[in-house]
Ligand binder design. Structure first.
Ligand code: HEM
Length: 338
């Protein structure tokens, strides 16, 4: 789909064939990022690896994070951090289980994920840091997410005009569907299937991060000029009848979701694909295993599954409050899943 936002052509690709042409055949022609106002603000003027333009700086950063954060050796050496944070998550939920009080699963998962990434990236324990406040951090992440989706007119209208309209208009930037009647092995297999299907039906990034063409190219027979903004619509591809026989149902396929199969791209593909993929998957599996293996879950009084708001709004601001119960076989103070 070709749109024109002000003076900028914006092309949205919603088929796996087009995604493959962009991310594989023309990866090198499309692997820079456009300088969008919102992204500049929370990436310290495009210095962040995710929003910096393609070139020497990006290549250096990619090499550095590949060695220092995401290599298999580092991944292994950070295991104790993931385990300690997993134990903390289990303890927190156990406390609620013992008093039979509600726990906000979104907040608990956020704390587990942010705690792990914070320690890994900054070498400091988030929970022992006086100057860090988890609620405030969550607000900041939400704000960054929301701003990431905002399109400012400054990005699309000629210099001055868009900026003026943005100021006047106030464009100031400043649960998966699962049951639990499974034994342990089934739980693990089931969990992997749930993760894959959640990636397909509810991709964390429904549109991959924006790319910009660095030269004139042709995709699916269409001419795309240099400096066009490109978006890959993974949400639509994940529900495309041409790719999936029954898109609304769990499919239980052995499909690859790490960027080799262009009908399932939760982490993108090509040069700008997610370098934190293995860490992300490990955190997700560990968090979910701890939540599902150690606890049974029930709704608060009077609530049914229909009351859960499954609508997506593109941000992480939905609460999911449930009551955990410790199965009797496990109520001996076990620590987290390793
Ligand atoms: C389940 C967890 C995660 C998912 C689903 C995910 C997804 C994505 C997606 C879709 C992109 C854009 C790819 C593209 O536009 O082609 C991306 C980029 C990126 N992700 Fe992740 N991600 C996850 C976890 C992480 C983690 C844990 C980190 C680091 C701690 C991370 C760091 C990055 C970075 C730095 C980029 C930008 C890469 C670049 O532009 O060169 N991600 N991620």
């Amino acid at each position: 789909m070709l749109l024109r936002f002000g003076v900028v052509p914006v092309v949205v690709f919603s088929s796996k064939e087009a995604a493959k042409e962009v991310l594989k055949t023309h990866d090198l022609d499309t692997c820079t990022r456009p300088k969008l106002v919102a992204n500049g603000l929370f990436s310290r003027n495009f210095k962040d690896i995710g929003f910096t333009q393609y070139g020497e700086d990006w290549r250096e950063m990619k090499k550095l994070v590949g060695l220092e954060l995401f290599s298999p050796k580092k991944h292994k050496s950070f295991r104790y951090i993931r385990e300690e944070e997993g134990d903390l998550l289990v303890k927190k939920i156990s406390n609620s289980a013992q008093t039979q009080t509600l726990i906000d699963l979104r907040k608990a998962s956020f704390s587990f994920t942010a705690g792990t990434i914070f320690r890994l990236a900054f070498g400091q324990n988030f929970h022992q840091c006086d100057f860090m406040d988890m609620d405030r951090l969550e607000e900041l992440v939400l704000e960054a997410e929301t701003n990431g989706c905002i399109l400012a007119l400054t990005d699309f209208l000629p210099t001055g005009l868009g900026w003026l309209v943005d100021r006047i208009s106030g464009c100031g930037f400043g649960g998966s569907e699962c049951g639990n009647n499974h034994n342990d092995l089934q739980k693990v297999e089931y969990l992997n299937m749930v993760i894959k299907e959640t990636f397909r039906l509810h991709p964390p990034s429904p549109l991959l991060l924006p790319r910009e063409t660095m030269s004139d190219i042709e995709i699916q027979g269409y001419h795309i000029p240099k400096n066009a903004l490109i978006r890959i619509n993974t949400y639509t591809i994940g529900r495309d009848l041409k790719c999936w026989s029954n898109p609304e149902r769990f499919l239980n396929t052995s499909i690859n979701y790490k960027g080799q199969d262009y009908k399932l791209l939760p982490f993108g593909a090509g040069r700008r694909s997610c370098p934190g993929m293995n860490l992300g998957i490990t955190i997700l599996e560990l968090g979910l295993l701890n939540i599902l293996y150690f606890f049974d879950w029930s709704f608060p009084n009077g609530m049914t599954i229909e009351d859960i708001d499954m609508e997506e709004n593109g941000a992480l601001n939905k609460t999911l409050e449930l009551i955990p119960t410790l199965p009797s076989a496990l109520s001996d103070g076990s620590s987290g899943w390793r």
